[in-house]
Ligand binder design. Structure first.
Ligand code: PRP
Ligand code: ORO
Length: 186
């Protein structure tokens, strides 16, 4: 499947001036909710992402909100439980809702987009007390230009090389283009 074409066709690739989860600015934003709003595409993307891993996990874990749909579809493809983390009032990522992982279980963390990897590593931190055996990270779009995050492999359906800027060096800020914040991080 041509993933770039699918993202374009579903209008998931946006151009403008965006504040990313990491605080960086970019002229490109991949709004995966636009492609994932079609259940058939979500299922196909989940299947394709599951095929990138050669070991079956015991659990898929994703951060809310962006990771929910694709994480669920990858879990469905593997036929394993899907757990999600969410932020508490202080903004700290937590596993809630009585979710737990038995010790030494194989876990894959699934995201919609990885830019800096900060959110993914917050998921790792939030489940570390369960001593998981993390097989790797998966995402629809890898913007990080990395194949590994810490020691773990990043498997993606597409790598997109979109530029990011700090607010000081952002050319869109200099041109007074309105800044849009699509994500949910406070
Ligand atoms: O690799 P990073 O630099 O951490 O950026 C990627 C993260 O940003 C987005 O989430 P966001 O925090 O915007 O929240 P949302 O998914 O709830 O909208 C996305 O869903 C990833 O989780
Ligand atoms: O870094 C982010 O926050 C981010 C970038 C992107 O292209 N899409 C997204 O959902 N989040």
């Amino acid at each position: 499947m041509d993933i770039e074409n699918l993202l374009k066709k579903t209008k998931a690739i946006l151009n403008g001036h965006f504040l990313l989860s990491s605080g960086l600015h970019s002229d490109t934003y991949i709004q995966c909710a636009q492609v994932l709003k079609y259940p058939k595409y979500a299922e196909i993307l989940g299947n394709l992402l599951s095929e990138k891993f050669n070991e079956k996990p015991d659990y898929i874990v994703s951060p809310a909100l962006g990771g929910l749909i694709i994480g669920y579809e990858v879990a469905r493809a593997f036929n394993v439980p899907f757990l999600f983390t969410e932020r508490n009032k202080e903004g700290k990522m937590e596993l809630r809702r009585n979710f737990y992982i038995e010790e030494n279980k194989k876990v894959i963390i699934i995201e919609d987009v990885i830019t800096t990897g900060k959110s993914t590593l917050e998921v790792v931190e939030s489940i570390k007390d369960f001593k998981p055996n993390i097989l790797g990270f998966g995402c629809i779009v890898n913007r990080s230009k990395k194949e590994f995050l810490n020691e773990y492999p990043i498997k993606s359906l597409i790598e997109i090389n979109a530029k990011t800027f700090t607010s000081n060096e952002c050319p869109m800020c200099k041109n007074n283009i309105k800044l849009v914040k699509p994500g949910s991080r406070k």
